[in-house]
Ligand binder design. Structure first.
Ligand code: DOR
Ligand code: ZN
Length: 357
């Protein structure tokens, strides 16, 4: 009989896709990411997007200042691409490690994307430079057009835009962010992990589109790309279990005030308090714990060409009751799986201390 694993120690993970926002929200939410992750790529889609080195350095400072006093969490920054992005600024930003990559938001695809790209040929000159200097391109991969069904946006983007980009710039390093479909899984799997990779979120692994409509409409499960059918959820779970190097952890934790989710229908799921616990739950269910560490802690740094972390963390099979909500002034944010109990938790300092004694 197989021995059930009760405890697992892995290299401390990185989260390759995080929204921390700014000001009071940043100060409140960062603690959940720094608890589990050594580094994270911080998305640049602020209300005033992070479109150049000056804005990025200032935002990174605000993030560093919001950390806990003893934290060594490292925020990695990306440049929000617009058709006016300065090539010089981008190149300097990458060579001085101000940016780890640049993010392509199609115009109107998601939160704060109105400075995004309307037509991919507007930025061919930027992609050409990025390919040359080996600067990764992170993509929100959805084609936006009123005539395209929202459930088909990702597949349409791959067919009409991604294939074109890859043909024109075969050595451009691309991360297809938060993939949601079996088509995206197959497309990424077929390619060399040096040039094409994808992040996968906990909510797209744990939920499908039914969950958004069961027991009444569930605004807290509304995100973009929108949750898809169960067959796609299964394809994502298989993708991470197979241990291919093209896939790594990107939670897309995206806090929004609850009131705004109700009144404006904001897209985004705040999963930082439990994201890592969700991932391990899925790896366990898929009998794939042997590939957990590479997904969380190795494939990402290898793709972005930065060192793998030295620290480790330990997760134990012990119930963890998630928060119901967090409060920010008069507002609240409802986390993913609010108030639910997960089967795994982070080993506390006292537990690891007892072990050492
Ligand atoms: O659900 C999402 N929320 N998807 C995105 O692409 C953006 C994010 C946000 O910024 O709220
Ligand atoms: Zn995102």
């Amino acid at each position: 009989m197989l021995k059930k694993i009760k405890k697992i120690t892995i290299i401390k993970p990185d989260d390759w896709h995080v929204h921390l926002r700014d000001k009071e929200t940043l100060k409140k939410v960062i603690q959940y990411t720094e608890k589990y992750y050594k580094r994270a790529i911080i998305m640049p889609n602020l209300e005033n997007p992070v479109t150049n080195c000056t804005k990025s350095i200032a935002y990174q400072k605000r993030i560093l200042n919001a950390r806990k006093l003893d934290s060594n969490f490292e925020p990695l920054m990306v440049c929000y691409l617009t058709k006016n992005t300065s090539l010089k600024d981008l190149q300097i930003g990458f060579s001085k490690k101000i940016f780890i990559g640049a993010k392509l938001y199609p115009y109107g695809a998601t939160t704060n994307s109105l400075e995004g790209i309307k037509n991919i040929n507007e930025i061919y000159h930027i992609l050409e430079l990025m390919e040359k200097i080996k600067m990764p391109l992170l993509i929100h991969g959805e084609k936006i057009d009123n005539n395209i069904d929202i459930y088909d946006r990702e597949k349409k983007f791959i067919d009409d835009t991604l294939i074109l980009i890859r043909k024109k710039f075969p050595e451009l390093k691309i991360t297809l962010e938060h993939i949601t479909t079996k088509e995206a899984v197959s497309y990424v799997e077929e390619h060399n992990s040096l040039y094409l990779s994808a992040t996968i979120t906990p909510h797209h692994l744990m939920c499908n589109r039914n969950d958004m409509f069961i027991k009444g409409i569930q605004p807290n499960l509304y995100c973009l790309p929108v949750l898809k059918r169960n067959i796609h959820q299964i394809a994502l779970k298989k993708a991470i279990s197979n241990g291919k190097k093209n896939f790594f952890l990107g939670s897309d934790t995206a806090p929004h005030f609850y009131q705004k989710k109700i009144s404006n229908g904001c897209a985004g799921i705040f999963n930082a308090p439990v994201s890592l616990l969700c991932y391990i739950t899925i790896f366990e269910e898929m009998n794939a714990l042997k590939n957990f560490q590479s997904f969380c802690s190795e494939n990402g740094p290898n793709f972005y060409n930065i060192p793998i972390n030295q620290e480790t963390i330990t997760l134990v099979k012990k119930p963890y009751k998630n928060l119901n909500q967090i409060n920010i002034g008069n507002n609240k944010i409802i986390p993913f799986l609010a108030g639910k109990t997960l089967n795994w938790s982070l080993e506390t300092n006292e537990e690891s201390f007892k072990k050492e004694k």
